[in-house]
Design a protein around this ligand. Structure first.
Ligand SMILES: Nc1ncnc2c1ncn2[C@@H]1O[C@H](COP(=O)(O)OP(=O)(O)O)[C@@H](O)[C@H]1O
Ligand SMILES: [Mg+2]
Length: 259
């Protein structure tokens, strides 16, 4: 069953049609892959869906609701969370505090009003509510095998663990759908392997995953369904087996030097 879909979604920047009339489907309970050469429009599509940017045309339906053009914080409260292509952690906060920030995104009203760091900073002094958040954050760290690093500064974690901490923070908001933008970028093979297990665990936890990824081994191993973008357009959708032998997909990848 589809939990999210876009209808004829387009985003034009000046002369560049970054996303061109895309019908993208996200299936509930699955790992949905989104692949395509650099500049294909993958991140732009994520930005439209998560409310970081407004579509030029088209619609986004989530859980039966039209969410087109809603602000990011509203979309996040409806149950969509994401991570970014470039790491975005609170480097000067501890590991557990980073996850607590994610929990505040769930309980807070408008996360851009700025009282969040303060709320997290004062958790020791704090109310029962904050202690509960702390315990809840520790549970997520356990999910990621990060509980022993809870009091470490985020910046001191190895790179691969920092990327996983970002995912933990996104999950703390208890989304229905989690969007991951190139989570394995820059990871070594061991870190990538660990991440693959984590993604599988997230799926088993009942959360739908949408994954942008360049590592084909990772994509083919863990995705149930794959959509391919090229120059802003959807050129294919199907199982890993179908995608692997699709001539248009092969051409899109071989036709460009950087991939
Ligand atoms: N804010 C922006 N302003 C202008 N052009 C943009 C902007 N964001 C993306 N683009 C352009 O849109 C196209 C798709 O980019 P992007 O979605 O980042 O691709 P991908 O994530 O698949 O590598 C590229 O040509 C890029 O230069
Ligand atoms: Mg991108």
């Amino acid at each position: 069953m589809k939990i999210l879909e876009t209808e004829n979604l387009s985003r034009i920047f000046g002369g560049v049609v970054a996303v061109n009339d895309v019908n993208f489907s996200v299936y509930e309970g699955m790992v949905n892959g989104l692949i395509g050469p650099n500049g294909a429009g993958k991140t732009t599509l994520f930005n439209q869906i998560t409310g970081m940017d407004k579509p030029t045309r088209g619609k986004i339906l989530f859980d039966g609701k039209d969410i087109t053009g809603l602000p990011a914080w509203k979309i996040s409260r409806l149950g969509i969370a994401r991570t970014f292509q470039n790491i975005r952690l609170y480097r000067e906060l501890t590991v557990v505090e980073n996850v607590m920030m994610g929990l505040h995104f769930k309980v807070g009203k408008d996360p851009f009003k700025g009282r969040f760091t303060q709320a997290v900073k004062s958790y020791f002094s704090a109310s029962k509510e904050n202690k509960e958040l702390y315990m809840k954050a520790l549970e997520w760290l356990r999910f990621f095998d990060l509980e022993n690093e809870a009091q470490e500064f985020a910046r001191n974690l190895p790179y691969g663990r920092q990327r996983e901490l970002e995912i933990a923070r996104a999950l703390a908001a208890e989304p229905k759908v989690l969007f991951l933008d190139e989570p394995a970028a820059g990871m070594n093979p061991a870190e990538t392997e660990h991440l693959m297990n984590i993604v599988d665990k997230i799926k088993k936890h009942g959360i739908t995953v949408v994954l942008i990824e360049h590592d084909m081994k990772l994509v083919m191993n863990i995705c149930d369904n794959i959509t391919v973008l090229s120059f802003g357009q959807k050129i294919a959708e199907g199982s890993p087996e179908e995608i692997k032998k699709n001539p248009m997909v092969i051409e899109a990848y071989l036709g460009r030097e950087e991939d």
